[in-house]
Design a protein around this ligand. Structure first.
Ligand SMILES: [Zn+2]
Ligand SMILES: [Zn+2]
Length: 468
């Protein structure tokens, strides 16, 4: 009986001591800061000597406590002590955090990358950007991604440069290039998912920047040299019926890499690219040589499209109800989506057919639907606009339908359309026609107007020909 009580007493004693230490250190830190003006030497000594030393030990204590923390039934003393440790560890200097000796901890069951991405995207959202009215404002990926890929890109390109077209590269896991290729793929996978988490305006600008620097074209070329001919996962890698395209990441921390890891990440990155930036993938496919284009189409239609179509219809079925004045209905068996839009006296149904190699092939808005109170010309215009919104946006079919709905909603609200393209929302950057001619008062999208200035080499209003 005595032994158990001794252990408990010792553990209570340690907690109390730790609690006191944290509170004391925090009090000292504040006292030193308070002295900052009068006593420089004390501050320097604290910053260089005591503070890093103290935090180095504290960080280990914090990690042990956080990992072993009991979830619900923690004692009040434990909670109190953990709070004190957290309060103190908050002030750990950057250099201690960067050079810590804690073991890596990755929990593949937790979708931490998703959490990380939405936080990062949210932080990015608050970063101001310059919208200076140019026709295609651009937004580069955060430095974090550019730093990594600018280092891996030349190495990966070099590694793959000797391959014949259509040949798959087998990366030797014992060679250091294995690590470089994996870093390259993981960084791009993260960057592409990140782009998918941005709001519409930032996504458009990021896609524009990516299109212009051509790096995604290189990446796609590389992916088709790194993906295996068949995406079936060998038993030696994972016991699963899923293909590489749908298999969740496997983080093997034992340090012995495998050639399959590269196949897996190449496939995951390709699927993510089609999911988040289909327009860029489509334009690359149309520019690649015939043999490769055929391989791209076959692999996509056989293995990736069924996956993405299932995701797409899942989303559409979840939204299978009225979204304000639009009702979306999914018919997965025939790969069709119908959208009924109703406003005042007007009701119209448009049917969208998705191709087998979705999202590479073109989505077609079909004239099979019904219309009430809409003139034929107006209806054709709406159908054309729906096709535009589905074809030129880097997102899901549901995103495209919602943009189209917004476009018509704005028209009904009395927002004037652009006098060049006749859309309310611009077909690819979704801006409103916010520039107006001082003379004739007609409105235009900045992008449409700048294009007009460029092609006509004049700065006059397209309607009244007065200087704009
Ligand atoms: Zn326009
Ligand atoms: Zn004018």
């Amino acid at each position: 009986m005595g032994e158990g009580a001794d252990v408990r007493r010792a553990s209570v004693g340690r907690s109390v001591l730790l609690h006191a230490l944290c509170r004391t250190a925090e009090a000292v830190r504040r006292a030193v800061l308070h002295q900052a003006d009068q006593n420089r030497q004390l501050v320097t000594e604290w910053d260089e000597l005591f503070c890093p030393e103290w935090h180095r030990s504290l960080l280990t204590v914090f990690a042990v406590m956080a990992v072993g923390a009991p979830a619900a039934d923690a004692s009040p003393l434990f909670c109190e002590t953990l709070a004190a440790v957290c309060g103190a560890v908050l002030h750990a200097p950057g250099v201690v955090l960067l050079h810590h000796a804690l073991p890596a901890r990755v929990d593949p069951d937790l979708d931490e990358s998703h959490l990380f991405l939405s936080n990062l995207a949210e932080a990015e959202q608050s970063r101001p950007y310059q919208e200076d009215g140019r026709d295609d404002p651009k937004l580069a990926l955060p430095t974090l991604f550019r730093l990594i890929t600018s280092q891996t890109e030349p190495l990966v390109s070099g590694l793959l440069s000797d391959l014949a077209a259509g040949q798959t590269c087998l990366v030797d896991p014992s060679h250091e290039s294995h690590c470089v290729v994996l870093t390259h793929l993981m960084a791009w996978h993260l960057a592409i998912s990140y782009a998918g988490h941005l709001d519409t305006a930032r996504k458009v600008m990021t896609a524009e920047a990516l299109r212009e620097d051509g790096l995604l074209d290189n990446l796609l070329q590389q992916l088709f040299s790194l993906m295996p001919d068949s995406p079936e996962v060998p038993e030696s890698y994972a016991d699963t019926h899923k293909s590489y395209f749908e298999l969740e990441p496997i983080f093997d921390l034992s340090g012995s890499g495998s050639a399959e890891e590269v196949h897996h990440w190449a496939c995951r990155t390709y699927a993510e690219l089609l999911r988040q930036l289909p327009v860029l993938a489509r334009s690359w496919r149309s520019s690649c040589e015939r043999a490769l284009a055929l391989r791209v189409e076959r692999l996509t239609a056989d293995h990736v499209s069924p996956l993405l179509l299932a995701e797409e219809f899942g989303r559409l079925q979840a939204a299978d109800k009225a979204i304000d004045n639009m009702t979306v209905r999914a018919r997965p068996s025939v790969r069709e989506v119908s959208a009924v839009y109703a406003m005042e006296e007007v009701s119209t149904e448009l049917v969208v057919k998705l191709p087998t190699d979705y999202p590479l092939g073109h989505v077609v808005a079909d004239a099979a639907g019904r219309r009430v109170g809409v003139a034929a010309g107006q209806w054709r215009m709406w159908m054309l606009q729906l096709t535009t919104f589905l074809t030129h946006q880097n997102g899901s079919v549901l995103d495209g339908l919602l943009l189209w709905k917004q476009n018509i909603d704005k028209r009904f609200q009395g927002v004037e359309e652009c006098n060049i393209c006749f859309y309310v929302l611009h077909g690819s950057n979704y801006q409103l026609p916010k520039l107006a001619c001082r003379n004739c008062k007609k409105r235009f999208h900045p992008a449409c107007l700048y294009k007009w200035f460029n092609t006509s080499s004049k700065s006059t209003c397209p309607m009244c020909r007065q200087l704009f």
